[in-house]
Design a protein around this ligand. Structure first.
Ligand SMILES: [Fe+2]
Length: 219
């Protein structure tokens, strides 16, 4: 699958909850994934490399942006829990080991393929707009755990056995997800977004970035 037209867009109909919408966006991205068997070794390497170029140096920045944006104790304690885990267990190091073992360290050209879309997400995060920022992170957390088996398969097909990163991030933690959406509801209740605010601005930018990792031909 390699054209923009092949990735459906979730319609925002009246009554769709935030949770339903972000699940729909994750569903459509996952449905667009090509069968790893049909990819060439270079295509598999490129996908791991672009993922790594985006995530290794940015995830903690995004999470810190979410922490600075959050105003309620409920949201802040949830995000802090995540940040402690990221730092204490050194997730960037874990991702680097995963990428190295798959012989997929990003090259200049891998990094430049995601540069513009990554810059857009960074600028959005820097605006610290509370609710859209937390919606983006809730979307990302749901998506990443569902993407991990695919990422692991790419690496295995590249001859790697180093799966700590995908094992740790592939755990489907329903309680955690529910707590995250409860925290989001608390933020909305405390400080409802202005009418006309696009709650999905961060989700849309991150979706575009993820698609540029997965389908570079679309750019
Ligand atoms: Fe992590």
């Amino acid at each position: 699958m390699s054209s923009a037209a092949s990735v459906q867009t979730c319609n925002l109909v009246e009554g769709t909850s935030i949770q339903e919408h972000v699940i729909c966006v994750a569903d459509e991205i996952l449905a667009s994934l090509p069968n790893p068997e049909g990819l060439s070794p270079e295509q598999r390497r490129g996908m791991i490399a672009r993922y790594s170029a985006v995530l290794e140096g940015n995830f903690i920045y995004w999470m810190t942006g979410a922490l600075l944006s959050a105003k309620t104790e409920e949201a802040r304690s949830k995000i802090l829990e995540n940040l402690y885990e990221e730092v204490r267990d050194c997730h960037p190091g874990m991702l680097r080991r995963f990428t190295l073992a798959a012989h997929a360290l990003p090259t200049d050209s891998d990094a430049s393929m995601v540069y513009n879309d990554l810059a857009n997400v960074r600028l959005f995060v820097g605006r610290l707009s509370t609710v859209p920022m937390l919606v983006m992170m809730a979307f990302f957390e749901g998506w990443i755990q569902r993407f991990m088996p695919y990422l692991a398969e790419l690496a295995q097909r590249q001859g790697s056995k180093e799966m700590e990163y995908t094992d740790v991030h592939g755990v489907c933690d329903i309680t955690h997800t529910e707590e995250l959406f409860r925290a989001l509801a608390a933020e909305i209740a405390l400080d409802p977004p202005e009418p006309g605010t696009n709650l999905y601005e961060g989700v849309d930018l991150l979706r575009t970035l993820i698609l540029s990792i997965l389908h570079p031909a679309m750019n």
